[in-house]
Design a protein. Structure first.
Length: 227
């Protein structure tokens, strides 16, 4: 097993943001509800961008995958950040509608944002707030961020899945299947761990192999149930 790369750590070290020792690493999971699009005839293709403030400026840390045609997205992409106990780490979560043909933000519609500190998320474990757009609430849309401190095991596993003879759910073509993996939490809730790519028009798909941290997969518990 190898250690996972940390985009946030690289960016933080490059910019020299923090001087105090890191207390712990934290994984942030993001979901949104009721995202509204300016085009009432279609649903948005939302992506959440995580930014952090340094010296009065916001810089991008990472971004989630784009979920097509969805107003209640639950993202499989995790944000891994360092938590500094003595630092006020201001975060900004921005939701953008990413065009199908362009991934650049200049081609995207801003759907709303939320600002908080990393300390708020860590202390509450689960933080839900309304999305704001130009200082006003963006309809009834909201964002939820769940924090989980890493157990110290930064190993990962590589998994690959395939399926055969799936049921055909489309009338005019074969189904476009994808696979979601959930872990069962101690409180009996389910947590999305990973979502594969969509394999178009295929009832016997073979999805690309992927890597996931042991902490994300089972919280370090090899006996934890997956679904």
């Amino acid at each position: 097993m190898k250690k996972m790369s940390n985009i946030y750590e690289s960016a933080a070290n490059t910019l020299g943001i923090f001087n105090s020792p890191c207390l712990t690493k934290v994984e942030l999971r993001v979901a949104c509800k009721g995202i509204s699009d300016r085009d009432a005839l279609s649903k948005p293709d939302p992506c959440v961008i995580l930014k952090m403030q340094s010296h009065g400026q916001w810089f991008e840390v990472d971004r989630t995958e784009v979920i097509r045609t969805c107003i209640n997205p639950v993202y499989s992409k995790l944000f891994t950040v360092d938590f500094y106990f003595e630092e006020v780490q201001r975060l900004r979560f921005e939701v953008h509608d990413i065009s199908s043909n362009h991934d650049e933000l200049k081609e995207a519609d801003f759907l709303g944002g939320m600002e908080c500190t990393l300390g708020q998320i860590v202390s509450q474990r689960k933080l839900s707030k309304s999305l704001l757009k130009h200082g006003n609430t963006a309809g009834k849309s909201s964002i939820t961020v769940i924090a989980e401190e890493l157990s110290g095991n930064d190993d990962y596993v590589e998994l690959a899945f395939n399926a055969r003879k799936l049921d055909d759910k489309d009338f005019f073509s074969k189904s476009d299947p994808f696979l979601e993996i959930f872990r069962m939490n101690d409180d009996a809730t389910q947590q999305l761990v990973h979502r594969t790519e969509v394999v178009m028009n295929n009832l016997s798909p073979a999805w690309k192999s992927f890597k996931v941290s042991v902490n994300s997969l089972c919280s370090g518990d090899p006996d934890r149930r997956l679904k």
